[in-house]
Design a protein around this ligand. Structure first.
Ligand SMILES: *Cc1c(COP(=O)(O)O)cnc(C)c1O
Length: 386
């Protein structure tokens, strides 16, 4: 089976992890700060806070921004459930904004319309989570302008987008948001096995997220309510979690980050090749906004079902039967039973549902060979003409 995504691990990565195993610190040592600095520097942000997953990073981002009961968090329905669940962890309520049919990202026009309505009803969101689907940035300049007008904060879920750019600058530099979150799950562009990282330019948010990551406990006298009792002293100043990343993971991340540019350019080479090979097939290939240089975590095609004699499901099953590990990113979150029970119904977000009826993620990862890519295309041709 050719998977849709796969990690790329070299001897250099393995050596980096083994070195940590032989060192004094398996956790809370020097590698985590090194990894944080490396990611923050690469993307052009002041602070980086590494945690054990992007899900944890989204949670502490929302908590640091003060999200709580009675607040709303809005995001795109076409995302992994974690982009919305982070709001629920904080006791907030969730709502969604339909997608742009070209980029599949949260649509700024739909956002503006919903904000106007929400203002009149007195239920404006506190946070909007913008998800850079497949690695292509959302229209952040527009969304930031709306945030200035309507007073919400912005968390970028850039789980797909490390190494990608928006308006010529790396995603994560914080020009148009408060906090940006990356994921290092093995299918993503850079991996630490499990892991996530939040970047911000705001020292107050950085310090809050650091506390939240580790029990709400500090050893920094400046953050304490009184002088330390002695050199042993630590103080709990809030309620936090244990969301720490290990030294093993951070060492793998540092090693991986050195190849980030190579990772992203390889994905672009593969995407250009897919674009050409699929040009004459009854599918829509990914449209790229001129402001965006995608991280290209995923390559999603949409079937032109009106021109096909097969259903979406038949094409999908045929690809799997032929050994192509296709996937579907994502089942619109508002249709999940857990969310449906909050009162959402499928047709609340018609563009998201249309996307869901047509989308297939085909293999896209660093080690995918041109020969395997040709196999995928041949399998797709057969799948579309069953
Ligand atoms: C993978 C992913 C997450 C969650 O990442 P973890 O590191 O697995 O917690 C969140 N949002 C999006 C869009 C993702 O793709």
């Amino acid at each position: 089976m050719i998977p849709y995504g796969r990690q790329e691990i070299t001897q250099q990565d393995i050596d980096a992890v083994v070195d940590v195993l032989k060192s004094d610190f398996l956790t809370q040592g020097p590698k985590v700060p090194e990894f944080e600095a490396k990611v923050a520097e690469h993307v052009g942000a002041r602070f980086g806070i590494a945690v054990n997953s992007a899900t944890s990073a989204l949670h502490i981002a929302c908590a640091a921004l003060g999200l709580g009961e009675g607040d709303y968090l809005w995001t795109s329905p076409v995302t992994f459930v974690a982009s919305a669940n982070c709001g629920l962890y904080c006791g907030a309520r969730i709502d969604f904004v339909d997608i742009d049919p070209r980029t599949y990202n949260l649509c700024p026009d739909a956002l503006e319309k919903k904000l106007i309505q929400a203002r009149s009803e007195g239920r404006l969101p506190k946070i909007v989570v913008t998800v850079h689907l497949c690695g292509q940035s959302c229209d952040m300049e527009r969304i930031k302008a709306l945030s200035d007008e309507y007073g919400f904060r912005i968390v970028e879920d850039a789980s797909h987008a490390i190494g990608g750019k928006y308006q010529g600058e790396f995603v994560g530099n914080g020009r148009y948001s408060d906090i940006t979150v990356f994921s290092f799950h093995p299918v993503k562009i850079v991996t630490t096995a499990e892991g996530g990282l939040a970047v911000t330019n705001n020292p107050d948010l950085a310090s809050k997220m650091e506390l939240l990551r580790s029990h709400g406990v500090t050893r920094d006298p400046a953050l304490m309510t009184h002088e330390p009792d002695g050199p042993w002293y630590y103080q709990q100043v809030g309620l936090g979690f244990n969301y720490r990343m290990t030294e093993l993971q951070a060492a793998l991340g540092v090693s991986q980050m050195e190849r980030l540019d190579d990772f992203v350019s390889r994905r672009h080479k593969l995407a250009r090749r897919y674009d050409e090979l699929l040009a004459d097939l009854p599918v829509v290939t990914p449209w790229q906004h001129p402001d965006s240089y995608s991280g290209l975590h995923l390559y999603v095609i949409r079937l032109k079902l009106g021109e096909l004699g097969v259903s979406h499901r038949q094409a999908f099953e045929s690809l799997r039967d032929q050994g192509v590990g296709v996937n579907l990113h994502y089942i619109p979150v508002h249709t999940q039973p857990y969310y449906e029970s909050m009162g959402f119904s499928a047709d609340d977000f018609p563009e998201a549902m249309q996307y869901y009826r047509e989308a297939i993620s085909i293999p896209m990862f660093h080690g995918l060979t041109f020969e395997q890519q040709d196999e995928v295309v041949e399998a797709l041709k057969r799948a579309l003409t069953l």
